[in-house]
Design a protein around this ligand. Structure first.
Ligand SMILES: *Cc1c(COP(=O)(O)O)cnc(C)c1O
Length: 239
């Protein structure tokens, strides 16, 4: 049996959208304030097309190479989100293809994106990745360093800092991540309060399959859902 026949993408999406609506209602938020990004890493284009046909336009990938492989096989109105770690030597392949880069966590990387954006005459939307839980295995700046990074890179040409992103720890009970999401929200509010010119930080990219409900309640504006839409990933089989 192929992966496609055992995963009912349309039904999964219906459930995810229902949950989004429930948690938006619980928090008194509008569903239209939260963008669902379908994380399609390791999954074949055939499955992405099913999600596309069910209305998804935002897709998340964590590898540059995988975006490049899938790019021409998907309709041109797809918005590609790079959600994984980005090496500076790969920046040139991707800046003109992505809607947003969620994983900027150093001045060095921001400068590389800026340089390439200027060269190509683009304005690239970026998020600063914050490692709220301080996990050693995760990328991102410490919460107390986020503002300084924003300050340092905000004047770079060709960049538009849209907000912050975090990858919370894997937990069985999503309540265990509530404080992490609340903290990221506080960080963005603190930065916003300073009212820096040239930045309009309005995106909070937080919440995955296991915890997007709580993330929405704590202010997420972009959730990144993979397993909940496409089923479990098998990293041995190439998508
Ligand atoms: C893989 C991935 C996701 C999606 O994870 P699921 O638990 O499958 O929803 C979200 N964000 C990032 C950064 C990822 O790498």
């Amino acid at each position: 049996m192929s992966e496609e026949t055992i995963t009912d993408i349309r039904e999964n999406l219906r459930q995810v959208r229902d949950h989004m609506a429930e948690h938006c209602a619980a928090a008194g938020r509008s569903l239209s304030d939260v963008t669902l990004i379908a994380v399609s890493k390791t999954k074949p284009v055939s499955m992405m097309r099913e999600a596309y046909d069910a209305g998804i336009r935002d897709f998340g990938e964590n590898r540059v190479q995988e975006i490049l492989e899938k790019y021409d096989q998907m309709p041109s109105d797809v918005r590609w989100h790079l959600i994984g770690h980005l090496q500076t030597n790969k920046v040139k392949y991707i800046v003109d293809k992505v809607e947003m880069i969620h994983s900027v966590d150093s001045v060095h990387l921001a400068e590389a994106i800026s340089k390439e954006a200027v060269k190509k005459g683009l304005r690239v939307k970026i998020l600063v990745q914050v490692n709220v839980a301080g996990e050693e295995t995760k990328f991102g700046v410490a919460p107390e360093d986020a503002e300084r990074l924003v300050e340092t890179i905000r004047a770079l040409p060709g960049l538009q800092i849209e907000g912050l992103m975090t990858v919370a720890p894997y937990v069985e009970d999503q309540e265990d991540n509530r404080d992490i999401f609340a903290k990221l929200c506080k960080v963005i509010l603190d930065i916003r309060e300073k009212n820096h010119d040239n930045i309009n930080m309005h995106v909070l990219s937080m919440g995955m399959t296991g915890d997007y409900g709580v993330a929405i309640e704590e202010g997420s504006t972009m959730i990144r859902v993979g397993t909940g839409i496409f089923g479990a990933r098998n990293y041995r089989i190439k998508g």
